[in-house]
Design a protein around this ligand. Structure first.
Ligand SMILES: Cc1cc2nc3c(=O)[nH]c(=O)nc-3n(C[C@H](O)[C@H](O)[C@H](O)COP(=O)(O)O)c2cc1C
Ligand code: SF4
Length: 603
């Protein structure tokens, strides 16, 4: 047998201080405290009382509770592990994290957001701390002749054919976040900030709550598969209710949420006890009844139906811009949608591309970490597909996914985006400290909680100013960078202006790193073999491809049955967690968080 060096007879702290040792020490301590109390001074009784309390804890740990093995083996001491575990994120953030390596947003980035939100100059002295010659580092080239005039309030025109109420959107906006995931005062602050700054406040899929209307900001109304705010009693899309709400003057555009980067292809469930009067009214569901938000849409099952539905939505909304939001997945599927657009001659006015790095109120780790395309790949795909299909001039591209600085805006535009939105950046402007407890209903700063004691502490006026300041300063930084590049308009940006270090020795532009299609190239026969193959396969009649999905397509089951199977297959915790973007923290989600901490501590 191979000996493990250094482990033979190892007497680590863990195997010396086990239950007998701990209980033995406690017993001796009790005896000493008792003796001191009786023979020296009654004041020692205080110490005795502490030990008696510890005796009770030990009895509970060893004899009563059965859930935590750790506490049964290490009574009393085991609690230290739980306490330390519970403050691990804060310890990491306050004492260990370096300026540039915190996640999802590093300290430098968070500081920039806070400083800009407070209206302070976000300057840094002594130069960069980034490793600027490491692979992956990205930068833009400046010009020897910076521009003298750049439009300081750049806006992007949304409105292709069929759109009779076009809208010029800011290049930086508040991304989709539902009331429920966010607290009432956080929604109010974002709404007021967006109204003051003239940018979009996206409702998220939880529909238009009273808080979204309070200060009159321009809204994007997002329609998820739950059709909240425009659903029939059995959860279908209700055209009349949609028309009615889409006609609100604040609603500047409507769009379908197909998928979200942090959890693409996942539905959710809102437990009945969370459906209070405001939520019920906002979403159009009965008070106190659980609501299912399936992962799939009922309004389409083929690319052609999706595209036709874009036309229906536009008509029902009185000609306002329409679109859909996706985290890109399969190129063939997206090309099938483009083919359908060409054949039907119907296009959405915009498509929002969310990166897999995107945020959420709660999602299973597997989804956040492993499903969907990162924003760069998604943007390159969607932009190229639209260009190749000859549709790019009809459809604008929005981008979401960690876009919080001027550089992020410029970079995403180089990759094909026209306008951006930020969710977590706007949360931080509203006070979020990245404690990552959104799914527990215990948000320490009242941004992502429905607990009134917490959310009432958010000062709407102050945070609205911060949201507006953050928007304005970020746009101004992007404008400044554009001028430094010697450009005058954002639409002059191109892939050749963004560099990425690919090794210690080389940096390449995005023009060199990716294949970029010419307008209409897919229709006339593309030079790029892989694109040509996928375009040939793409079929407006199906989202299912043997090349992607393998085997024979299972018979289509009725929507009701599919819904039941999918949700039943999801563990209860995942159902609640999956719904938490839409619905906010739930009792189940809290339980999941608690269990996770227990498991972690018991490892
Ligand atoms: C708390 C929270 C709630 C969200 N709710 C929604 C939602 O209702 N609908 C949606 O499409 N995306 C939702 N998202 C995703 C964001 O809209 C956005 O796509 C994603 O977070 C990427 O942007 P970010 O990196 O700026 O956060 C949510 C994100 C967060 C953080
Ligand atoms: S729980 Fe933490 S991460 Fe979520 S909004 Fe509140 S402070 Fe931010």
């Amino acid at each position: 047998m191979t000996k493990l060096p250094g482990r033979r007879n190892a007497r680590t702290l863990e195997n010396v201080i086990t239950r007998p040792t701990i209980l033995g020490i406690l017993f001796i301590a009790n005896v000493i405290a008792l003796a001191l109390t009786v023979f020296v001074s009654p004041w020692w009784g205080v110490l005795l009382a502490v030990f008696v309390f510890l005796d009770l804890v030990a009895v509970y740990d060893v004899l009563i509770q059965k859930k935590h093995t750790l506490l049964r083996i290490y009574p009393i001491l085991g609690h230290a592990r739980y306490i330390l575990e519970s403050i691990r994120p804060e310890t990491q953030q306050y004492f260990i994290e370096r300026n540039f390596d915190g996640t999802p947003f590093d300290r430098d980035t968070r500081s920039v957001i806070y400083e800009r939100a407070k209206g302070l100059g976000s300057k840094k002295s002594f130069g960069t701390e980034r490793k600027i010659t490491e692979p992956g580092y990205e930068y833009i080239p400046h010009s020897m002749a910076p521009s003298r005039s750049v439009n300081a309030n750049p806006r992007v025109h949304l409105g292709g054919p069929g759109c009779t109420q076009p809208y010029d959107v800011s290049i930086f906006n508040v991304a989709a976040m539902s009331f429920g995931a966010l607290s009432p005062n956080a929604v109010r602050a974002m709404n007021k900030g967006a109204a003051m700054g003239g940018f979009i406040h996206d409702t998220g899929e939880g529909s238009i709550s009273p808080y979204h209307l309070e200060y009159g900001a321009d809204l994007f109304w997002e329609i998820g598969p739950g059709y909240f705010g425009c659903r029939t009693a059995d959860g279908d899309f209700d055209p009349d209710r949609f028309s009615e709400r889409a006609a609100l003057p604040q609603v500047k555009a409507t769009y379908l949420k197909i998928s979200q980067g942090a959890k693409p292809g996942l539905g959710g469930m809102l437990p009945g006890d969370k459906v209070d009067e405001i939520i019920a009214k906002t979403r159009g569901v009965p008070v106190g009844e659980g609501v299912v938000s399936p992962p799939f849409h009922r309004v389409y099952s083929t690319p052609r139906e999706l595209v036709r539905f874009m036309g229906v939505m536009r008509e029902l909304s009185g000609g306002k811009p329409v679109g859909f939001k996706i985290c890109a997945g399969s190129r063939i599927e997206f090309l099938a949608v483009c083919k359908a657009m060409v054949e039907e001659d119907i296009t959405p006015d915009f498509i929002v591309v969310d990166g897999a790095e995107g945020g959420t109120g709660a999602a299973p780790l597997e989804y956040s970490d492993r499903v969907g395309m990162p924003l760069t790949d998604g943007l390159v795909l969607v932009h190229n597909a639209l260009v190749g299909a000859g549709l790019r001039d009809r459809v604008k591209i929005g981008a979401t996914g960690k876009i919080v600085t001027g550089f992020d805006i410029v970079k995403r535009m180089c990759q094909g985006a026209d306008f951006m939105a930020s969710a977590r950046g706007m949360m931080m402007a509203t006070g979020c400290i990245q404690s990552q407890l959104c799914h527990t209903n215990e948000c320490p700063v009242g941004v992502a909680t429905q607990n009134p004691k917490r959310w009432q502490a958010v000062d709407v006026d102050d945070k609205a100013n911060r949201v507006r300041n953050f928007h304005d300063a970020t746009v101004q930084e992007a404008v400044g960078m554009l001028a430094s590049m010697g450009l005058e308009n954002f639409d002059q940006l191109s892939p050749s202006m963004l560099f990425r270090r690919t090794s210690d020795e080389y940096a390449e532009t995005y023009a060199e790193l990716y294949n970029w299609l010419e307008p209409g190239e897919l229709l006339t026969g593309t030079r790029f073999h892989a694109w040509a193959e996928d375009w040939a396969l793409a079929d407006p009649e199906r989202f299912w491809y043997p090349e992607l999905h393998g085997g024979a397509k299972p018979a289509v089951e009725p929507a009701e049955e599919i819904k039941t199977v999918e949700l039943a297959a999801m563990p209860a915790g995942a159902q609640a967690a999956a719904g938490a973007d839409v619905h906010g923290g739930s009792a189940d989600a809290e339980q999941v968080a608690e269990d996770m901490q227990d498991e972690d501590a018991e490892k």
